[in-house]
Design a protein around this ligand. Structure first.
Ligand SMILES: C[S@@+](CC[C@H](N)C(=O)[O-])C[C@H]1O[C@@H](n2cnc3c(N)ncnc32)[C@H](O)[C@@H]1O
Length: 308
């Protein structure tokens, strides 16, 4: 049954409910999680299984000792910040770890006292809900198309693209060799290599790949991993080489937010970046329920552009 058929059947059913019971029923549909199991499917189960494997191979903060620049940038933030990887840990798992005492959502303001303030959490990966939203609601049918994830890290976008899309090729580019190895182990174990590959490469060496790609995904790739001047140079390279008319660009955060962040620290190079008419933004409909663990604010951060 498709959406409009289901909608008219549901309307029919609701019109037969006694008027005094109807508000209770509508409230139950809106707020109860008793219907959430209907959203679970084999694709989610597979992503969860990959996340379980990866969790066992990574430290709790899912950062590698070799990520010195990223660790340093997190320490420089004005508020205490911890990395909790959204692909590996959902809210329920974070709550369970907090109860065990191995993770905390707060930090102590005066050591030893009960005065605490919330920690800022950041994630370097899309969560399973964001991946489902990206491939089922943001992007069109990807049959026969090539998608490139810049900075594929744990491989979340590649696994999400494998289960939720028909893209013919899903290619990850990753600077960190340890993450490339980790992703390749997953691809072997789950037999995903028929459509997925990971390259150990800097995006700025991949002009030929950018010329041919249909969809480029950039989930906060540079902010924690490059200095502002390097970020602007990388963006310029992408603008010069992602030129195929109609190809799509997915970014978190929006290009506008990235411009503002970079403008603040490096005005001259940002002026070069602001080339009008490279892409146009396409609307994204965020009115969709993906279960209680989906964070509507995180979904709203996903932006879609089309190369003109
Ligand atoms: C925030 S993570 C993106 C994670 C992943 N795409 C996702 O959505 O789940 C950014 C990753 O980009 C990598 N990276 C940073 N600069 C890069 C570059 N110039 N070329 C390729 N990878 C890069 C970092 O090593 C890091 O693992």
């Amino acid at each position: 049954m498709n959406f409009s058929e289901a909608k008219s059947e549901l309307k029919q059913l609701l019109s037969s409910v006694s008027p005094s019971e109807l508000p209770k029923l509508l409230d139950w549909i809106r707020n109860s999680d008793e219907l959430d199991h209907l959203l679970a499917d084999n694709r989610r189960v597979m992503l969860r299984s990959i996340a379980d494997d990866l969790r066992a191979r990574l430290p709790l903060d899912a950062m590698l000792p070799s990520e010195t620049a990223a660790l340093h940038k997190m320490q420089q933030r004005s508020r205490p910040t911890v990395h909790v990887d959204g692909f590996l840990y959902d809210d329920e798992q974070v709550d369970a770890l907090c109860e065990e005492g191995v993770m905390s959502r707060t930090y102590c303001l005066n050591c030893g006292s009960s005065r605490t303030a919330p920690l800022d959490f950041i994630s370097h990966s899309f969560s399973a809900s964001e991946l489902q939203f990206l491939f089922q609601n943001v992007l069109p049918d990807l049959s026969g198309r090539t998608l490139v994830d810049v900075g594929s890290r744990l491989g979340a976008v590649l696994y999400g693209g494998y289960v939720y899309s028909s893209a013919s090729q899903l290619i990850g580019l990753e600077l960190n060799e340890e993450f490339v190895r980790l992703q390749n182990d997953v691809l072997d174990r789950y037999r995903l290599k028929d459509r997925v590959q990971v390259l150990h490469a800097d995006v700025c060496t991949q002009d030929a790949l950018l010329h041919s790609t249909d969809i480029l995904v950039m989930n906060n790739v540079f902010e924690y991993f490059m200095e502002p001047s390097e970020q602007v140079r990388a963006w310029r390279f992408i603008m010069q080489n992602l030129r195929k008319r109609g190809s799509l660009l997915v970014t978190v955060p929006s290009l506008q937010e990235t411009y503002i962040l970079l403008l603040y620290s490096c005005i001259f190079l940002t002026m070069l970046l602001l080339k009008p008419g490279w892409v146009e933004e396409l609307p994204v409909n965020c009115d969709i329920y993906l279960g209680r663990e989906a964070d509507p604010d995180a979904l709203r951060q996903i932006h879609l552009y089309q190369v003109m």
